[in-house]
Each structure stands twice: as C-alpha cells, then as structure tokens.
Design a protein around this ligand. Structure first.
Ligand SMILES: NC(=O)c1ccc[n+]([C@@H]2O[C@H](COP(=O)([O-])OP(=O)(O)OC[C@H]3O[C@@H](n4cnc5c(N)ncnc54)[C@H](OP(=O)(O)O)[C@@H]3O)[C@@H](O)[C@H]2O)c1
Length: 249
C-alpha cells in the first residue's frame, strides 16, 4: 500500500459515504485527515471510527467563510495540506419543469460554488507537488432521468479540473476527477427512495451496470487513494470513471 505518513488530507463531505471511506483509506495509509460535513453528529461519529489522527470541521461548503475557517484551522494545526478531495455534494432528482430557483441554487451552491471556492481557498496551503481530487459523477456525461441540474453542477467541476491541471502546472499539483456511478451510500435515502422501493431500485441498477451491481464506498475510496498516491504520479487531468462500466451502456 502507498505510504501517506507525513501527509495531510482534507476530504470535504468526509462524514459519510464515499468521503468517509476515502478518509478512512487515507488514515489507514498513514495520513492525518480532516473531514467536513454539515451535521456535527455525523462528524463526531465519523471521527470516532477514524481515530486520533482525524479532525472534523462542520459547515456548509457553499459558505465561503466556512472555507476560511477550515483553512485557518489546518494552517494552525498542520501548517500545510497535501491532498484536497472536494467530495461533498448533493442531488435533487427533478424533471426540468419541477426545478425551482431555490433547488437550482442549492445544488450549484454546494456542488459547484463550494468546489470552486474551496479549492481557491486551499491553494495557498496546498504543498507544491500536492494533489486535488474532485468527486464528480457519471451524470456529468451520461443522461440520467431527472438529473439535468445535477449533471450541470458536475460538468462544471469537470471543466474546473481541466483548467486547474494547467493553471497549477508550475506547482506540479495534479488535478483529477473521480466520477462514481451509483454507489450505495446515504445519498440514496437523501434522494427520497423509500426503504420498500430499495430492492426494485437495486434491480434496476443491476440491469444498467455491466458488473451487475451498485458500487461500494470503499471501491471509490481505493480509486481516490490511487489518484492521490505516487502510483499516479503521471496521472493528471483525467476523469476516472468508477462505475462498473455503466457509462458504456
Ligand atoms: N452515491 C452515489 O451514487 C454517487 C454517484 C455519483 C456521484 N456521487 C457524488 O459523490 C459525492 C459523495 O456522495 P455520497 O454518495 O458519499 O453521499 P453522502 O453519503 O450523502 O455524503 C455526502 C457528504 O457531503 C456532505 N455535504 C453535502 N452537502 C454539503 C454542504 N452543502 N456543505 C457541506 N457538506 C455537505 C454531507 O454532509 P451532511 O450530510 O452533514 O450534509 C456528507 O458528508 C457527492 O459529491 C456525490 O454527488 C455519489
């Protein structure tokens, strides 16, 4: 396994799902990790499982003051940052006719504005030779019903990544996108899929994914670990789809 001892990794949305699995993978590989999320209780529970190398900070990524406070804490506690995983995000499934201005702004606020200004605020602390990973979605490339706004939020961050990979070349900061397909996390409940509809939902996902099942959070975490590691030292500006092949169908 790649050794992350001496490294500091920040995972936004690290209190749940893919982010928590990635924070755990970085921590197990030796990194000191910082996680964020909005719900303090979820952060506290996550920190209990991550151990003494982990720090949690609550706040809304759409709020620029949250990023300022986060960076001040990281500077005071660790001095610098090596891995920035912009992972926090959310999704409202709605047909275009149903989308309100509020729903549009909330999704772009978290998924796009939150990523852009989070990275902007992190850059002064990010070490030269460090790495940025943006958690996007295959929805940014593949049409999925009710995903127009969400797809737009994620397509925008794919474009940010391509621009940053070039803007940051003199600092040798690698910038890559991680695009999950359907992964079994809390986001499914947040989408309002009732518990009794889960078996039918899982069957429909199995049919849509060549590997015949949804992904697991740790499978995305292992891909994030690879992108952040020296094993990916020449991987820059890619969009790594971890989707069981779903984008192909
Ligand atoms: N699971 C999938 O099928 C799937 C597929 C494609 C892409 N993705 C992407 O993967 C990323 C992680 O999703 P997940 O499946 O792991 O979902 P999750 O289990 O719901 O975790 C989402 C995390 O983001 C945080 N978060 C959400 N909105 C936030 C905000 N405005 N400010 C701060 N933190 C916020 C959540 O904290 P709180 O709960 O406290 O708000 C939580 O820690 C997201 O960007 C998502 O779009 C997921």
């Amino acid at each position: 396994m790649t050794d992350f001892h001496g490294k500091v990794a920040l995972v936004t949305g690290g209190s749940s799902g893919i982010g928590l699995a990635a924070a755990r993978a970085f921590s197990l590989a030796g990194a000191r990790v910082v996680i964020t999320g909005r719900r303090q209780q979820a952060i506290d529970e996550a920190i209990e499982t991550l151990g003494e190398n982990a720090v949690g900070v609550s706040g809304d990524i759409a709020d620029l003051a949250h990023h300022d406070a986060l960076m001040a804490l990281i500077e005071k506690r660790f001095g610098s940052l090596d891995i920035y995983m912009a992972n926090a995000g959310m999704n409202h499934i709605e047909d275009t006719s149903e989308v309100t201005a509020d729903s549009y702004d909330v999704q772009f606020g978290a998924n796009t504005r939150g990523v852009f200004f989070g990275v902007q605020k992190a850059l002064p602390l990010l070490s030269n030779g460090g790495t940025i990973i943006l958690t996007s979605s295959i929805a940014s490339e593949k049409v999925l019903a009710g995903h127009a706004v969400y797809a737009g939020t994620k397509a925008a961050i794919n474009a940010f990544a391509r621009n940053w990979a070039i803007e940051l070349k003199d600092r040798e900061i690698r910038v890559n996108v991680l695009s999950p397909g359907p992964v079994d996390t809390a986001i499914l409940a947040k989408l309002g899929i009732p518990y009794e509809q889960r078996p039918a939902f899982e069957r429909s996902m199995a049919e849509a994914i060549p590997l015949g099942r949804m992904g697991e959070a740790n499978e995305l975490a292992q891909a994030a670990l690879f992108l952040a590691s020296d094993a990916a030292s020449f991987v820059n500006g890619v969009n790594l789809r971890v989707d069981g092949g779903m984008t192909l169908l």
